[in-house]
Design a protein around this ligand. Sequence first.
Ligand code: SF4
Length: 244
Amino acid sequence: MSLTAALPQQSGASGRDAAELEALATQAGRDLEHATATEIIQWAVDTFGERFCITSSMQETALSHLASTVQPGIDVVFLDTGYHFAETVGTADAASVTIPINLVTVRPRQTVAEQDATLGADLFARNPDLCCQLRKVAPLERALQAYDAWATGIRRDEGPDRANTPVVAWDARRGKVKIAPFARWTQDDLDSYIVDNGVMTNPLLHDGYPSIGCWPCTRRVAPGEDPRSGRWAGLSKTECGIHT
Ligand code: SF4
């Protein structure tokens, strides 16, 4: 679905102020540290209702699948940067018709062609931080205005930058509750969930891409290499800015 068709009404008011949301997040971070992913999502659905969404990079659809079992029709925010592999866009399209979710596709203010015209071609090669800010971070922040809480599929075992990911935390920069139901999962846990539940995955996962982002900034990884080493390879950059 398009952004316009799928975004829920942006009321701008949740009934809870930032202090209440922060207190909720802090308490839940303690209470839910040992909860299952399903219990964490159930808590979020019960607590925030329609002001809770999940986000997906469409590398796989495990979080979308699990969340839909708790709340059919749940909003799943997908950032379409304009630089995705065709396989990633195809996975999002397939997810929207095979999983009971409401796919909320969010796009940057400018198309790639418009950005090239105003900032020059291939901004990703000259200033990837600015490119990520314009094409990922800012669109997500606009989309999250409709919600009090959002969930992401990041895990502690994905690397040092994510090793201390809380299951629930206060996202002070955005003024939202940030939830990571899979934080304590390992890669094996995720793989088992995918196999056991017949969860759809991005075909590139089986073609040498264990971590999938935009095509200009993602390369294949050799067996045994750090799975995220193919992201922004050759640069010190390791995150797009969404999780930092
Ligand atoms: Fe731009 Fe690369 Fe960031 Fe995608 S990952 S938004 S192409 S810099």
